[in-house]
Write a protein that binds this ligand. Structure first.
Ligand SMILES: NC(=O)c1ccc[n+]([C@@H]2O[C@H](COP(=O)([O-])OP(=O)(O)OC[C@H]3O[C@@H](n4cnc5c(N)ncnc54)[C@H](O)[C@@H]3O)[C@@H](O)[C@H]2O)c1
Length: 365
């Protein structure tokens, strides 16, 4: 029996921050890397197992638990990744385990928490166990940011955001990083006080006007870019509100009604197979209900990032981006934070085992 021991790196939320986990420009690179490798087919990402206690709508009430295993490659695209300033290959596997408990915020606890495990590519033994909440929120913002980079009009000035909580904040930072031309953000939240607090907190971070508004319509009409990130349980979006050229990123699930999707010239998702598998996104429900055809889904964003499909065809196009959320984003961003933590000496080394299969020595009754 081998005497080899094994230790792994543990990263708390504070460790993730110390390792640069909240630096959006770097997260954008990690997430664009995963879109690029997705577009090149250099990934493995099975459909997410979801544990929930009722139909899809109960994810917004009683909650759910998702497991997101994946592999991300990149070796064969190393030169192009470096040329594009996208951090380089990943070439390993990992998993995010992410429960969502909607009643938590009323108890002062986060709705979503998560753990990410990253494996050593050679032995497939875990080398890092880290908080996944920071990575998850940052990568979700960054996915919309990458989509905006490729799909929004580059001179966009007005940004309407619905939902002023955790995801709303990362949406805002990512959109501003991707579209520096943005000058004004209108924030609407069902709870007006949340919108006011969002404006106070985010104004100095974003360095743009941040205006809390009292009706959701004000966060839509005239906006060049829109992001919806709420726990809405029923649709509230009116398709008459969209102006020509708009880019709308919908990361939550029940905001826009399926019947509104026929106003869009282009609709992109992150991974249509995953969207179908989960069966919650409005893009899936619009196809399922016959509002649009399958051909009405223009493609996966990775195809645009990798250059095999066109994104925006005209400045007048109305474009909808509807990501279900991909495990390869968590892996790419988690791997970035892990490597940065290693380089900075952040985190705690923990013994996984002192001796290979040593536990068998105490096997008995
Ligand atoms: N697609 C993805 O990849 C992805 C990833 C992570 C989170 N999400 C989704 O993002 C959403 C927001 O996450 P969070 O962590 O910020 O949630 P949260 O529970 O912390 O906050 C939700 C916010 O939405 C507001 N809200 C609820 N209903 C509303 C309505 N009808 N109109 C306007 N505001 C409303 C609430 O007041 C609250 O401020 C969730 O639906 C979550 O599932 C998607």
């Amino acid at each position: 029996m081998s005497e080899k021991n094994w230790s792994l790196l543990y990263l708390s939320q504070e460790d993730c921050v110390a390792a640069g986990g909240t630096k959006m420009r770097e997260t954008l690179k990690a997430v664009e890397r995963s879109f690029f490798l997705h577009g090149k087919g250099a990934f493995i990402q099975p459909g997410k197992p979801v544990v929930r206690w009722g139909g899809p709508e109960t994810e917004e009430t009683s909650g759910r638990i998702m497991s997101m295993p994946s592999y991300l490659g990149g070796k064969e695209f190393a030169d192009e990744l470096i040329k594009r300033d996208l951090l380089g290959p990943v070439d390993t596997s990992g998993i995010k385990y992410i429960p969502s408990c909607p009643p938590n915020p009323s108890k002062g606890l986060p709705r979503a928490t998560a753990i990410i495990i990253i494996l050593d590519p050679e032995t497939l033994i875990p080398v890092c166990v880290m908080d996944g909440a920071v990575v998850s929120a940052m990568r979700t913002g960054a996915a919309s940011g990458v989509a905006a980079k490729y799909l929004a009009n580059p001179d966009s000035k007005l940004f309407g955001l619905v939902g002023g909580s955790v995801q709303g904040m990362t949406q805002a930072v990512a959109m501003k990083a991707a579209l520096p031309s943005l000058e004004t953000l209108r924030i609407y939240d069902l709870n007006y006080d949340t919108a006011v607090k969002f404006a106070e907190k985010m104004f100095p971070v974003l360095n743009m006007d941040v205006i809390p508004v009292k009706t959701v319509k004000e966060a839509f009409v005239d906006m060049d870019v829109i992001s919806t990130a709420t726990m809405a349980r029923e649709p509230y979006v009116n398709k008459e509100w969209y102006k020509p050229g708009v880019f709308h990123a919908e990361i939550s699930f029940w905001d826009t009604p399926p019947e509104a999707l026929d106003v869009f010239d282009r609709i992109f998702v992150d991974d249509w197979e995953q969207v179908k598998h989960h069966g919650v996104d409005v893009s899936w429900r619009a196809v399922d209900q016959g509002v649009i055809t399958r051909e009405g889904i223009s493609g996966n964003l990775g195809e645009v990032v990798a250059g095999s499909k066109k994104g925006r065809l005209s400045p007048e196009d109305k474009i909808f981006f509807n990501p279900i959320g991909m495990g390869i984003h968590d892996l790419s961003e988690g791997y970035r934070v892990y490597r940065s933590a290693q380089a900075k000496g952040v985190g705690s080394q923990m013994s996984y085992f002192a001796k290979a299969n040593g536990w068998l020595e105490s096997l008995g009754f």
